[in-house]
Design a protein around this ligand. Structure first.
Ligand SMILES: [Zn+2]
Length: 274
């Protein structure tokens, strides 16, 4: 039994990154090629909206437009690029949704391309891993974030917004938001604590949104390939194997966080499933 009626992929633009941050060692040198070139690749920035009989659920909160500011000659490791209409609040508006109407926001982790507009969701319950909240907040409080993937401006905004948080404790693997839609605590890996979302749709069946717990299909393998940007490499492999088992048991389609090829396929399918 599921109360979910529709899953909608929200295309929120792209980022450019060095491919070795997605898959560690993907361009390792060899005897024949001792100085391989780095590859600068485009990856999608996305969020997902779930319509249910019990209200709206959002998975991830986009990337703030300020991340697109790339001064001439700046050494920006992962600039954000977007077209008009691609920012998360605009995408929601295109679907007739105001942030005030969203009942749950599940945040995979608090990196800037996933939590950029979190401060707008003042009426929602914000679901995030306790380990992620605590680890990132500790860093924010002690020394700020510098040039890393967490952004001080995001934290300033959402901490001052008076949000209602629901933290998933270590060992609390599942939290059912409404019948058929469940937040899944993947544990540490890419960041301090990663959270996925399992959705059971009446016709299209199961989807498991993983965000950066698996950037791309080649991270899942087998064998699992750890990304270059990783907080806990042992936890990463453990969570990747957990995701594979979880999805198999529920016959769910695994949706990767930044897989351009898969995201193009999702959009080609219409970007909506029911
Ligand atoms: Zn991330």
């Amino acid at each position: 039994m599921t109360n979910a009626s529709k899953l909608i992929a929200l295309d929120c633009g792209s980022m450019y990154v060095d491919e070795s941050s997605l898959v560690a060692g993907i361009h390792n040198g060899t005897y024949r090629n001792q100085t391989p070139r780095a590859e600068w690749v485009r990856i999608p920035v996305c969020a997902y909206l779930v319509r249910t009989a019990d209200g709206l659920i959002l998975y991830d909160a986009g990337c703030h437009e300020r991340e697109a500011a790339v001064p001439d000659g700046a050494d920006t490791p992962s600039p954000y690029v977007f077209s008009p209409g691609q920012l998360l609040p605009e995408r929601l508006a295109q679907h007739g949704v105001s942030p005030d109407e969203v009942r749950f926001v599940v945040i995979s982790h608090l990196h800037c391309d996933h939590a950029g507009y979190l401060h707008l969701f003042k009426n929602a319950q914000i679901v995030v891993s306790d380990a992620e909240f605590t680890g990132a907040m500790r860093q924010y409080g002690l020394r700020g974030f510098g040039a890393g993937p967490y952004k001080t401006e995001d934290f300033d905004a959402f901490l001052h917004a008076g949000l209602s948080w629901r933290l998933l404790a270590d060992g609390e693997t599942e939290y059912e938001l409404v019948p058929g839609v469940t937040a899944v605590n993947f544990g540490s890996g890419h960041a301090f604590g990663m959270t996925g979302l399992h959705i059971e749709l009446p016709q299209a069946g199961g989807f498991l949104l993983c965000a950066d717990a698996l950037y791309r299909a080649d991270n899942l393998g087998p064998p699992v390939r750890v990304p270059g940007l990783v907080y806990d490499s042992i936890g990463y492999t453990r969570s990747a194997e957990f995701i594979a088992r979880y999805a198999k048991k529920r016959n769910a389609r695994i949706i990767f966080g930044h897989d351009q090829e898969q995201f193009d396929e999702l959009l080609a399918e219409g970007g909506e499933w029911s």
